[in-house]
Design a protein around this ligand. Structure first.
Ligand code: ADP
Ligand code: F6P
Length: 501
């Protein structure tokens, strides 16, 4: 049962801002409904926050990225979503090509994304990226400020992620919500990495984030990195390291960690639905009959996910252990992502080339080692695939949390699967029961996969049972309740301070 959130929300309008929208309308030739199709874009943020918004019924401001988004919203870009139950308002902000190039593909995903994930070989900086980022942050800040002035109850602004490093400070200067806070969904880098940006840029970024009353990260490590950067680059900010508080421009900014999660019961329901159960049965019959085992990877094709590293480890496994040929099949469900960025296109090509190469090397008359499903699949289908797998390989080189790991555990209702998890994910700091691997150490990775394949039924069950219990204790609703409880205590303390002065 989700915890009751109404006590935090009865008096508030939650205005949430993220780059990615929860529902995207696209023109698709031949689709029903006037040639328009609606889909939920893949990514951890949307998966986690749609249930949040359905529970809080506020307004979600986001980029209207779909080809039919304008025609399906009103003149101000507003519509009610989800399409079938209309529980909250989505306000779309539209961007032109130059804005998408500079802000989204440029500064957010070619400069900040690789820096935050410590993969500096992919870091690209251009002045025009930064200028667009600043201009687009302003555009979104104005839309948020407009929603603040429309709010019927006391407005709280909640900003999501690295696309909006400057927005909090801007919103604060345009309007007066009772609280502004921001969740940073990816790792935050140490000062030595942030320093790769021009000094004026990291200064503006950190001051922008200090426009919040509370800044949230997945893990304490990322929170401490953020404080380290503030200490290094913002000389007029005072840091209290014990209470993770920054004193800046006469305000107090709290910094804290709140590991994100998923709607566990929803995934369990999906995994036990008749369609998913039938799919899981079909997959097991085809790939995991008798003593055969089925491995799984589910990814946005992103260089942070360690996909080539995983494929190389699989290649080495079948090379060194011929007995695993024909007895272990790997299913890779990979959705293309950010394909306009050269590094992502190169990765797509690399992935497909490696799969073909491995299949050509080991294929037999009756067996193909890697089955690639190269598309965005429905949540129902994912649930069936998660349920069917004997092991799931999450091999991120660096990952804020990684929700695929949690989705796999939630869908393992038969408790027979093993999670092989990169120690470089936020999830590895939280979940106890996975086989941990380091994707940079190929021999250790191969050993981890082998251990998972050979693990006894008893040990699988004990580990998976433990992880499922932990997951049930920390769902997306517990995450939300912890954040809302913290924001309410900040508001209450502030009210108390004003009434006693
Ligand atoms: P990130 O936030 O970097 O995208 P996460 O692992 O936290 O990474 O979240 C990825 C989300 O995208 C998960 O909810 C997962 O189910 C979804 N996803 C990943 N690959 C696919 C795919 N091929 N089809 C549909 N959804 C996918
Ligand atoms: O979780 C990190 C994140 O960048 C989200 O903000 C985003 O929605 C997801 O990954 C997928 O990326 P994109 O929105 O660029 O497709």
């Amino acid at each position: 049962m989700p915890p009751d959130l109404s006590r935090y929300l009865s008096d508030r309008t939650l205005i949430m801002l993220s780059n990615r929208e929860p529902y995207e309308h696209r023109r698709v030739e031949g689709a029903g409904d006037g040639g328009v199709e609606v889909r939920q874009p893949p990514g951890g943020l949307v998966s986690a926050l749609d249930p949040t918004m359905r529970a809080t019924q506020g307004v979600w401001v986001a980029w209207g990225s779909g080809t039919a988004d304008e025609q399906t919203a009103d003149a101000e870009g507003r519509l009610r979503v989800p399409p079938d139950s209309r529980e909250y308002t989505l306000r779309r902000v539209f961007l032109d090509d130059a804005e998408v190039d500079g802000y989204y593909l440029g500064f957010a995903n070619s400069s900040l994304w690789p820096l935050c994930h410590l993969l500096v070989q992919h870091f690209v900086y251009r002045v025009e990226y930064w200028e667009r980022y600043r201009q687009v942050n302003e555009k979104f800040a104005r839309a948020v400020a407009d929603e603040v002035t429309r709010a019927e109850k006391k407005p709280v602004v909640w900003i999501q992620d690295y696309h909006f490093g400057l927005t909090a400070e801007m919103v604060r200067s345009y309007c007066d919500p009772i609280l502004i806070h921001q969740f940073w969904h990816i790792p935050f880098p140490p000062a030595d990495i942030l320093r790769l940006l021009p000094a004026s840029v990291d200064d503006a970024l950190l001051r922008g984030m200090l426009g919040n009353d509370l800044v949230e990260f997945h893990t304490e490590r990322y929170a401490l990195n953020f404080l380290g950067c503030v200490a290094e680059f913002i000389p007029d900010a005072d840091i209290d390291a014990d209470s993770l508080t920054v004193h800046y421009e006469g305000r107090q900014i709290q910094v804290a960690s709140f590991p994100i999660s998923i709607d566990v019961e929803h995934y369990e329901r999906l995994a036990t639905s008749s369609d998913s159960t039938a799919l899981a049965k079909r997959l097991r019959k085809r790939y995991a009959a008798g003593a055969c085992k089925l491995g799984l990877g589910v990814d946005r094709v992103d260089y942070t996910k360690g996909i080539p590293e995983r494929l190389r480890a699989l290649k080495q496994l079948w090379e060194l252990h011929p007995e695993m040929r024909e007895t272990f099949t790997f299913l890779l469900v990979a959705t293309p992502s950010r394909s306009e960025i050269p590094a992502y296109r190169a990765l797509e090509e690399d992935m497909v080339r490696l799969v073909l190469e491995i299949n050509a090397r080991f294929r037999t008359r009756h067996w193909t080692p890697i089955v690639l499903i190269h598309e965005n699949v429905s949540a129902e289908m994912l649930a069936g695939v998660y349920r069917a797998a004997d092991l799931c390989l999450v091999s991120s080189l660096q990952d804020g949390m990684n929700l695929v790991a949690k989705e796999f555990v939630a869908c393992q209702v038969d408790e027979q699967g093993v999670l092989v998890l990169s120690r470089l994910t936020g999830a590895a700091e939280e979940i106890d029961g996975a086989v941990l691997i380091n994707p940079f150490n190929i021999d250790g990775f191969v050993e981890g996969i082998r251990r998972a394949i050979d693990m006894s039924d008893g040990e699988r069950r004990v580990r998976m049972h433990r992880m499922r219990k932990q997951l049930h204790e920390r769902t997306i609703y517990d995450w939300l309740a912890a954040i809302l409880s913290r924001t309410e205590s900040i508001i209450a303390n502030r009210t108390q301070e004003t009434s006693t002065t």
